[in-house]
Design a binder for this molecule. Structure first.
Ligand code: ATP
Ligand code: MG
Length: 286
């Protein structure tokens, strides 16, 4: 029988959509029926288990799934021994301490002897140990942000991304303990056939993510400015220069990082570049 690799993905929530999108862009589609907890793929030997994100680290550590996608926050909190194959660049957030807005705050000593509500007691315990703070950590499963308002705790330690939940609950973020993003995790001691499938998945993820951060750029330039423009364009190798029907003009094509593009656009215009087109790249293999 053909070897299949088994992956644990979040069933629904903030990581589900981006995880599914990444696989789709990597050419791996899942036959997901509504409410189904297991799915397969028509074109790739993979089987998906849809789980709560809390259960993903354990499921991978004990080998029920070979690989999984989960937030670093959840992975470190659970503390299971798994390999991190790759950071994935989505699901970005931070784990922060927050206190009622009206409270004065100078430094971490604020938290000495205080009662703090969190769903991440282990990460907080480690952070306080490193910082020499002794606090009363109170674990709750959800709705952490309302704990100070209802008198359950004097501060919270929770996930923050935009900060709007804190504002809505009249809290302020005072310390960041950890940054987090989604990671592809793998069990230890992977069988070699499954390792080859994991390597193929990582190769495809690399191609998708390199493509997403690069753009194909085309522009027209007067011939006497082509050398100047080529010099400032950071290309994959070297830009392609093609003649236009108008003998005084050329077309320049190259691939550049989107971030770098914004740095050079002003100079391109100064050199007389016209008709600048920026085109998304679907896959890119370096
Ligand atoms: P589940 O039902 O699977 O247990 P959950 O309610 O625990 O889901 P979600 O809110 O879906 O979890 O968040 C899943 C993960 O997404 C978090 O553990 C974190 O890594 C990341 N995350 C959380 N909040 C944000 C946010 N605002 N922006 C980006 N990523 C986030
Ligand atoms: Mg969860």
């Amino acid at each position: 029988m053909e070897t299949k690799i088994r992956i644990a993905l979040q069933k629904k929530g903030r990581l589900n959509e981006d995880s599914m999108k990444l696989f789709k862009e990597a050419g791996i589609k899942f036959n997901v029926g509504s409410g189904k907890l297991v799915a397969s793929s028509p074109g790739f030997p993979i089987e998906v288990l849809f789980l709560r994100d809390d259960d993903i680290p354990q499921t991978v550590a004990n080998g029920v799934a070979d690989i999984g996608i989960v937030g670093e926050n959840e992975m470190y909190e659970k503390g299971y021994d798994v390999n991190v194959s790759r950071k994935l660049g989505f699901g970005k957030c931070r784990l922060s301490l927050a206190i009622p807005k009206a409270q004065e705050y100078f430094d971490l000593n604020f938290f000495d002897g205080k009662k703090i509500a969190t769903s991440y007691p282990n990460i907080l315990k480690n952070f306080f140990n490193e910082q020499g703070i002794k606090a009363d950590i109170h674990e709750i499963a959800g709705s952490v942000e309302i704990a100070p308002g209802i008198g359950l705790a004097e501060a919270i330690f929770d996930i923050v991304s935009s900060g709007s939940t804190l504002v809505a609950n009249r809290l302020k973020e005072v310390e960041v303990a950890m940054q987090s993003e989604a990671v592809l995790i793998a069990k230890k001691n992977m069988e070699s056939e499954k390792q080859a499938l994991l390597d193929e998945i990582i190769f495809r993820f690399n191609a998708v993510q390199t493509a997403n951060s690069n753009k194909y750029v085309l522009l027209n330039a007067p011939n006497d400015k082509v050398d100047d423009i080529v010099r400032i364009l950071p290309g994959m190798k070297s830009p392609t220069v093609l003649p236009l029907a108008d003998k005084n003009w050329s077309s320049i094509h190259t691939v550049i990082k989107e971030k770098e593009f914004w740095d050079v656009i002003g100079k391109l215009k100064d050199y007389g570049a016209e008709g600048i087109l920026i085109i998304p790249i679907e896959k890119m293999i370096l």
